[in-house]
Design a protein around this ligand. Structure first.
Ligand code: SF4
Length: 735
C-alpha cells in the first residue's frame, strides 16, 4: 500500500508504552509465559514495594503461585511457572543497540535513531529488491497484539507474506493435520476431557516434563484408582512412560506405521463405526486398503515392538468409551508430521471418538501463545481468523478489514522458517527481523544457519534479554518489554483466552513489540491503520476479523477478560461470560466443503535420514522439566540449575560398549552437519540404536554449551514444512 501522505502528523498520536497502575503494586493475574498448558498465575509484588505508591518498578522480585480461579489449571503450577518471578529482572536489554558489522561491538542508540534506520532500510529494500526481501521470524512468546500488528504491517502494508515463527518448529504439523483432516485448525478437545477419558494415548509427547500440570491431572485420577489407562508411545522411557500402563518404545520415525497397525486391528476386530464413517467422513475405502497391509507382524517388525503390545493397545481402544490422544513435538517434528496427525485423526474418526466428552485428537501446543499465533495468522501461509493466504476470498476479507486496495496482499504463501534461511543463503533477504525467539539455538543445522545469516545485510532482534546466541549475529537490537510489563492476550492449548496484565514497569527504554510495529507503521506513512494507543484497541480490531470463523472471538475484549476472567473460543459477539464452547464438532459436521471429515491413506515412510553404516545411531532431542527452550529465562533460576546442572547424552550401554564409552565420559557426537562434545549418561531407558540430548544448552552457555540442533538436519514434512528435529543419523566416539 502506498503511504498516506495526507495523514495526521505523528505528533498527534500518543506514544504507546506500558502503563502500570500508579498506586502501590498489587497482586496481578496472568497466564504462565512458558508452555502451552497456559496455567493461571497469581503474581505478588516484592515485599519492599507492596506499600509504595507508583513503585511498580523493574527491580525487585515478584512471587508467582497458581491462580486457583483459572479454569485451565485450578491453582496448579510447575517449577517453571512457580519460579518465573526470579527471571524477570536478570540480564535485561534496556536500550536499542546498533552496529554496522557483526564483528564490531554494539553502540547504544536512541529509539529515534533505531526507527530512522528501520524506515531507511525497509524503504531501500522495497525500492531495490521488493517486499520479498523482507522477513520476520516471530515466536509463540509474542502476545496476540504483537503478532497481529507484525502480520498486519508485513503482509498487509509492506506486501510480503514472509512472517513465520518458531511455531513452525513446534506445531505446524498439527495445524496442517487438523486442516487436512477436519477442515480447519483448532483442537477439538478441552482439558476436562482428561478427567473423562478412559483411555489416553500419549504419542510423541513427554507430557510429564513438557506439559507437567496436565500430566499431574491425569496422575491424580490414576492415584484415585479412577483410571484412565495410559498408553505411551516414545522411543525413550521417560517420566511419562513411568506412569503408563503400556509403553510402546517404537523405533524413531515409525509412529505412522504404528497407527496403521492399530487401524488394521480395528478393522479386524469390528472397531470401525460404520454409521459414523458413512455419515461424517470420506476417503474410507483408500484408508481401509492401507490399513489391511499393516498386519500386527509387519507393524511390530517395522516399529521394533512386540505384536502382543500392539494387540493390547487395540483391545483397550476397542473397550474405551472415550479415547483421547495427546501429542506434541514427537509427532509434529517429523518428515511425516502432517500424515501422522492425519493418522491420529483417522483412528478417532473411524471409531466415532471425536466431538464428545473425553474423546478426540488433542494437540498440545509447546509455547504459551502458539494457539493465539495460529489465530492471528502467525505463519507464512496464514491470515488472521484461520484464513489462508492462498484463498482469494480470505485475502479480500482481510484487505477490506485493513482498508487496503484489492490485491494488496500477495497471493503466495510467504517463506517458512527454513525457507527464510535458504533465501538468506541465496542473498535474497535484505532484512531478517527476529522477535522474541532465539533461533541460533532452536533451528536445525546451526552452522548452515550462521553462514546464511552472514549474508543478510540487516538482522534485527527484538528481545528482552541480553547476550543470547541470536544477539551475536544481529546488527540492530531492540529492547522488548516482556510478559508482565505489557498488557495483552494469550491463548492456551484448550482454546482458552487469558488477559495478561502489565504489573511491572519495563526496564530502561524497553517497549512492547506491538507498540514498536505500530510506531514503525506510522513512520512508514501508514498513519491511520497503525494509530493504536493501547493493546486493547489492537485486540478489538483483531477479534472483529474473526467474526463468523471457527475461531470466532468477536465477543471478547480486554475489558470482558479483565472483568470475567479467561474464556474459551468460539466466543461470538453476544456470548455471555463463560459461554464459550468447550468442544468443537459436537454435531459431527466439519468445516469442509462436504461437511465431512477427510480420512487420509498416507504411506508410512520413516525417517528422512535413517541410520546407516557411517552414521549408525539416531539422535533425538528433547526437553527437561525445569528448563525452557534456550534458557534465556530459566538459566537464571538457581533451583532449576541445581536440578539440571548440565546437558547429558543418554546412550544405551550396548551402544556405548561398542565404542568404549563409559558413564560420565565425554563423547564426540558427529552427524553429516558437524560434531559436538557431550557427557555420556549410560541408560537402559533409551532404545539401543538411539541416543538423546536435551536441546536447551546453546553456545551462550559457555563451558556447558552443547548445541544439539547443530547436528540435526533441516529436512521436514513437505506439507507443514516442519523440520524433523526428532531424528538425525549420528556416530559416537570417545572425545
Ligand atoms: S505446566 Fe506449563 S503453563 Fe503450567 S506452570 Fe508449568 S510451564 Fe507454566
Amino acid at each position: 500500500m502506498a503511504p498516506d501522505s495526507s495523514a495526521a502528523p505523528l505528533a498527534t498520536i500518543p506514544a504507546a508504552t506500558t502503563t502500570v497502575n500508579a498506586a502501590a503494586p498489587v497482586a496481578a493475574q496472568a497466564q504462565c509465559p512458558y508452555c502451552g498448558v497456559g496455567c493461571g498465575l497469581e503474581l505478588k509484588p516484592p515485599a519492599n514495594l507492596a506499600s509504595v505508591p507508583g513503585a511498580a518498578a523493574a527491580e525487585g522480585q515478584w512471587t508467582a503461585r497458581g491462580d486457583r480461579h483459572h479454569p485451565s489449571s485450578l491453582g496448579q503450577v510447575c517449577v517453571k511457572g512457580a519460579t518465573v518471578g526470579e527471571t524477570l529482572h536478570h540480564n535485561r536489554l534496556t536500550t536499542p543497540l546498533w552496529r554496522e558489522r557483526t564483528d564490531q561491538p554494539f553502540t547504544p542508540i536512541s529509539w529515534e535513531r533505531a526507527f530512522t534506520l528501520l524506515v531507511e532500510r525497509i524503504q531501500a529494500t522495497l525500492a531495490s529488491k521488493g517486499p520479498q526481501a523482507l522477513a520476520i521470524y516471530g515466536s509463540g512468546q509474542m502476545l496476540c497484539e504483537d503478532y497481529y500488528l507484525a502480520n498486519k504491517l508485513l503482509k498487509g502494508f509492506l506486501g510480503s507474506n514472509n512472517f513465520d515463527s518458531n511455531s513452525r518448529l513446534c506445531m505446524s504439523s498439527a495445524v496442517a493435520g487438523y486442516q487436512r483432516s477436519l477442515g480447519s485448525d483448532g483442537p477439538p478437545c478441552c482439558y476436562d476431557d482428561l478427567d473423562l477419558a478412559d483411555l489416553v494415548l500419549l504419542i510423541g509427547t513427554n507430557t510429564a516434563e513438557c506439559h507437567p500440570v496436565l500430566f499431574q491431572r491425569l496422575l491424580k485420577r490414576k492415584r484415585k484408582g479412577a483410571g484412565p489407562r495410559l498408553v505411551v508411545v516414545d522411543p525413550r522411557a521417560t517420566a511419562t512412560s513411568d506412569a503408563a500402563d503400556l509403553h510402546l518404545a517404537i523405533r524413531p520415525g515409525t509412529d505412522l506405521a504404528l497407527l496403521c497397525g492399530l487401524g488394521h486391528l480395528l478393522l479386524e476386530r469390528a472397531g470401525v463405526d460404520p454409521a459414523f464413517v458413512a455419515a461424517h467422513t470420506e476417503g474410507f475405502a483408500e484408508l481401509e486398503t492401507l490399513w489391511r497391509a499393516w498386519d500386527p507382524a509387519r507393524t511390530a517388525a517395522v516399529c521394533g515392538i512386540a505384536a502382543a503390545d500392539l494387540r493390547q493397545l487395540a483391545e483397550w481402544w476397542l473397550q474405551a468409551s472415550a479415547a483421547l490422544s495427546l501429542w506434541s513435538m514427537g509427532v509434529n517434528q517429523s518428515r511425516e508430521g502432517t500424515a501422522t496427525v492425519a493418522g491420529i485423526c483417522n483412528l478417532h474418526l473411524v471409531s466415532g471418538q471425536i466431538g464428545r466428552p473425553g474423546a478426540g485428537p488433542f494437540s498440545l501446543t509447546g509455547q504459551p501463545n502458539a494457539m493465539g499465533g495460529r489465530e492471528v495468522g502467525g505463519l507464512a501461509q496464514l491470515l488472521p481468523g484461520y484464513r489462508a493466504v492462498a484463498d482469494p476470498e480470505h485475502r479480500a476479507a482481510v484487505e477490506r478489514h485493513w482498508g487496503l486496495a484489492p490485491g494488496s496482499i500477495a497471493p503466495q504463501s510467504g517463506l517458512s522458517a527454513w525457507q527464510q534461511i535458504e533465501a538468506m543463503e541465496r542473498g535474497e533477504l535484505d532484512l531478517w527481523w527476529v522477535v522474541a525467539s532465539n533461533p541460533l539455538v532452536s533451528l536445525p543445522s546451526l552452522d548452515r544457519v550462521r553462514a546464511a545469516l552472514a549474508r543478510c545485510p540487516l538482522v534485527v532482534l527484538s528481545e528482552a534479554y541480553a547476550g543470547t546466541e541470536t544477539e551475536a549475529v544481529a546488527h540492530l537490537v531492540l529492547p522488548a518489554a516482556q510478559w508482565s510489563e505489557k498488557e495483552g492476550v494469550m491463548v492456551n492449548s484448550e482454546r482458552r483466552v487469558t488477559l495478561c496484565h502489565a504489573f511491572r514497569q519495563p526496564p530502561g527504554e524497553a517497549r512492547p513489540d506491538w507498540a514498536v510495529f505500530a510506531e514503525l507503521g506510522r513512520r512508514l506513512g501508514f498513519v491511520e491503520p497503525f494509530s493504536f494507543v493501547s493493546a486493547a484497541e489492537v485486540y478489538a480490531e483483531f477479534v472483529a476479523l474473526t467474526a463468523g470463523r471457527l475461531c470466532d472471538s468477536s465477543g471478547l475484549s480486554h475489558q470482558l477478560l479483565a472483568e470475567h476472567g479467561p474464556q474459551q473460543w468460539p466466543f461470538p459477539a453476544g456470548t455471555a461470560p463463560g459461554g464459550g464452547q468447550a468442544r468443537l464438532y459436537t454435531d459431527h459436521r466439519f468445516p469442509t466443503p462436504s461437511g465431512r471429515a477427510r480420512l487420509w491413506a498416507d504411506l508410512p515412510l520413516g525417517l528422512a535420514e535413517p541410520p546407516d553404516a557411517a552414521y549408525p545411531l539416531v539422535l533425538t532431542v528433547g526437553r527437561v522439566l525445569g528448563h525452557w527452550h534456550t534458557m534465556t529465562r530459566t538459566a537464571h533460576v538457581a533451583r532449576v540449575g541445581k536440578a539440571h546442572p548440565e546437558p547429558l547424552l543418554e546412550v544405551h550401554p550396548m551402544d556405548a560398549a561398542r565404542v568404549a564409552l563409559a558413564d560420565g565420559a565425554l563423547a564426540r557426537v558427529r552427524s553429516r552437519r558437524g560434531a559436538i562434545t557431550a557427557k555420556v549418561r549410560l541408560s537402559e531407558r533409551i532404545r539401543p540404536g538411539s541416543v538423546f540430548l536435551p536441546m536447551h544448552w546453546g553456545a551462550a552457555q559457555g563451558e556447558l554449551a552443547c548445541e544439539a540442533n547443530r547436528l540435526m538436519h533441516e529436512l521436514g514434512c513437505p506439507i507443514s514444512k516442519q523440520p524433523e528435529l526428532k531424528g538425525a543419523a549420528v556416530t559416537l566416539a570417545p572425545a
